[in-house]
Design a protein around this ligand. Structure first.
Ligand SMILES: [Zn+2]
Length: 172
């Protein structure tokens, strides 16, 4: 509850953009009428196009993942205490391993959600563009999930991919 309202405080500090505006799209698929509906937290007009932000209050945000790699055979090394164990080379010296960091990615369901919002915006483009004060028909340029853990907010960019989203919404 408290952090749910913290999120709304966060949103209300934002001056521009469309906040929590419901969008829907009704279409016929396999002889059935389907309505897709959603309410993105924040939709903004940026120089590249329309940008979607969704806030997720969570105890467990995605994190950067660090892996040690054996420089002899480029395989992931297991670190056990101060030992570095390569599945091919056995125990190796720390200086024979290097560290790679995989940047945290938004959760796949959240990536899909941002992409569905992108689709809904495209289907309601005239209305959204007018509300944002845009001239013409700006493209949907992408979005991000802003995770709000008890500590620091964490931004995960999400690219917009219309084709993949169309496919997965049909499967759903
Ligand atoms: Zn190795």
């Amino acid at each position: 509850m408290t952090r749910g309202s913290a999120m709304h405080d966060y949103l209300s500090r934002w001056s521009g953009g469309l906040k929590e505006s419901r969008l829907s799209w009704t279409f016929k698929f396999l002889g059935r009428i389907i309505t897709l509906s959603g309410m993105p937290d924040l939709v903004e007009l940026r120089p590249e196009g329309i940008f979607i932000t969704d806030y997720k209050v969570t105890e467990n945000p995605p994190r950067d993942k660090a892996t040690w790699i054996c420089s002899g055979c480029n395989t992931a090394v297991k670190k056990s205490g101060s030992k570095f164990l390569c599945p091919n080379c056995g125990e190796i010296a720390r200086s024979a391993a290097y560290r790679t960091v995989e940047t945290a990615q938004a959760r796949s369901s959240h990536i899909l959600q941002i992409n569905l919002y992108g689709l809904l915006i495209e289907k309601n483009l005239r209305q959204v563009a007018a509300a944002l004060g845009a001239t013409g028909s700006p493209p949907v340029c992408g979005g991000e999930v802003l995770y709000l853990p008890p500590t620091l907010p964490m931004r995960c960019p999400v690219p917009y991919n219309r084709e993949t989203t169309m496919l997965s919404s049909r499967k759903a």
